[in-house]
Ligand binder design. Structure first.
Ligand code: MN
Length: 154
């Protein structure tokens, strides 16, 4: 039983320098909240950064809170995105497909290059964790806004 432990210890010392850093804790409150830019969002949206795309994991994390009726513009992600709904009731739509309701605990996978939007339901706010892959330094390509007819088509 000792041999596997010894091998793990040796393996740890052999890790490349890029993976040999110290453990760190980003304390709550160290990263300022941001407003979703008017050019890319409809309604009031708050973005709370959680982690950047670094440290060998090429995906960032952010908590995004949409006020009732608020939503992103249409967009794509070059390396895909996962959305984990944490509170409220939300909506998500892939281009050419019906609007779908999303609720806390739901996990949405947005494949690379697939046009979509996400946001809150009409009368209810929604918060999701967005885990967004980065490719060549970019993680989103913004398109036109979601108009009221598109938003209300559900
Ligand atoms: Mn997205």
């Amino acid at each position: 039983m000792n041999t596997p432990i010894l091998m793990l210890a040796l393996g740890a010392t052999a890790l490349p320098a890029a993976h040999a850093g110290q453990q760190t804790i980003a304390r709550a409150g160290e990263q300022a909240s941001q407003s979703g830019p008017e050019a890319y969002f409809t309604g009031r949206v708050r973005i709370d950064p959680v982690w950047p795309a670094e440290g060998g994991i090429p995906a960032s994390g952010g908590l995004v809170t949409f006020e009732p009726g608020a939503r992103s513009a249409w967009h794509t992600h070059p390396a895909g995105q996962r959305l984990v709904v944490s509170s409220g009731v939300g909506l998500v739509q892939e281009w050419g497909k019906p609007v779908q309701v999303i609720r806390p605990g739901d996990v949405v996978w947005c494949p690379p290059g697939v046009k979509h939007w996400h946001g809150a339901a009409l009368g209810i706010a929604m918060t999701h964790l967005a885990v967004t892959g980065t490719m060549d330094g970019r993680n989103v390509a913004w398109m036109e806004k979601v108009d009221d007819a598109q938003y209300n088509a559900h």
